[in-house]
Design a protein around this ligand. Structure first.
Ligand SMILES: CC(C)(COP(=O)(O)OP(=O)(O)OC[C@H]1O[C@@H](n2cnc3c(N)ncnc32)[C@H](O)[C@@H]1OP(=O)(O)O)[C@@H](O)C(=O)NCCC(=O)NCCS
Length: 265
């Protein structure tokens, strides 16, 4: 379990040995999507024509900027890992919308996964292993109604068993774990929902969620649950169990040295 986040300056250090991605590493990057316009402009210049069309087609100014920062940072991080110009990268999508690297970098061993929630984005990178990340802000929602549609009986019972003040958080732990598993496994929603991949420690009053390891004889999946900042839940699903997890926050100074760091760093 990752219990601390290391503030990190992408611009100066991403290519340093400290962040080079080795076999067995799983690296997380967390950032705000709200950046000053000159940074948005610099990141926009790295997008390809298709991405720039998507920006032009977006009706909302804030959404445009968030898309640019989210995609621009992904390009920047992948470019740094692969030591190529971020604008040379090309993304392709499978039939379910899962992105991967195409073109001349498509054969790279690097795997990545992305999640955004409101003004935040999180990325995970690994070599040769499937990964999926999902992030949600813990907000008041009709959790029981949603759980009745998407959660198993066991998961719904666990939700009912925890004290009311812990219910919302447990709901998002289960939800993000399922979404992260969906992204990592590449499966469809129906099989993810039908498969009782999680079991809870609700009896003890704790809100932990974990995989039922006995079920997966062919594959072993690991689940990490993190709170990069207060009020935000992240689930990371990793293929296998032997890996080293490290996480960084992206500073605002990544493209210029005059800014304060991202809130919460
Ligand atoms: C694919 C899906 C998991 C994305 O999750 P989301 O919470 O909507 O959005 P996130 O920000 O977390 O993730 C979006 C990113 O995931 C990636 N993504 C999209 N489809 C994907 C897929 N099938 N597999 C893996 N990654 C995918 C993309 O990188 C995307 O970012 P981009 O739009 O900038 O390219 C979601 O669209 C989906 O279908 N969810 C199922 C909904 C549901 O009912 N879940 C019940 C769980 S209990």
């Amino acid at each position: 379990m990752l219990d601390r986040w290391i503030p990190f300056d992408v611009e100066r250090s991403v290519i340093s040995p400290a962040t080079a991605l080795s076999e067995g590493d799983v690296q997380l990057w967390f950032s705000s999507l709200e950046q000053p316009s000159y940074i948005v402009g610099q990141l926009e210049a790295t997008l390809d024509a298709e991405e720039q069309n998507r920006v032009r087609d977006s009706a909302l100014k804030d959404e445009k900027a968030r898309f640019v920062v989210g995609r621009g940072l992904l390009r920047k991080l992948l470019g740094s890992y692969l030591e190529v110009d971020p604008s040379d990268l090309h993304f392709q999508y499978d039939t379910r919308g899962k992105p991967s690297l195409g073109g001349e970098h498509g054969t790279q061993r690097i795997q990545f996964t992305v999640s955004h929630s409101r003004e935040y984005v999180i990325y995970a990178f690994a070599l040769h292993r499937r990964i999926g990340v999902d992030m949600e802000l813990i907000l008041p929602i009709q959790s029981e109604e949603i759980a009745s549609r998407f959660f198993s009986n066991q998961e719904r019972a666990a939700l009912q068993a925890v004290p009311k003040h812990k219910r919302q958080e447990l709901f998002f732990k289960i939800w993000t774990a399922k979404e992260a598993y969906l992204k990592a496994s590449g499966g469809d929603l129906a099989s993810t929902l039908q498969t009782p991949i999680l079991e809870m420690d609700a009896g003890m009053g704790t809100c932990s969620v974990r995989f039922n390891e006995n079920r997966n004889s062919d594959y072993h999946w690991s689940l990490e649950q993190l709170k990069p900042i207060s009020g935000v839940i992240v689930s990371l699903v990793v293929e296998g169990s032997r890996y080293r997890l490290a996480g960084w926050r992206v500073f605002c100074e990544m493209l210029g040295n005059t800014l304060n760091k991202v809130d919460g760093c």
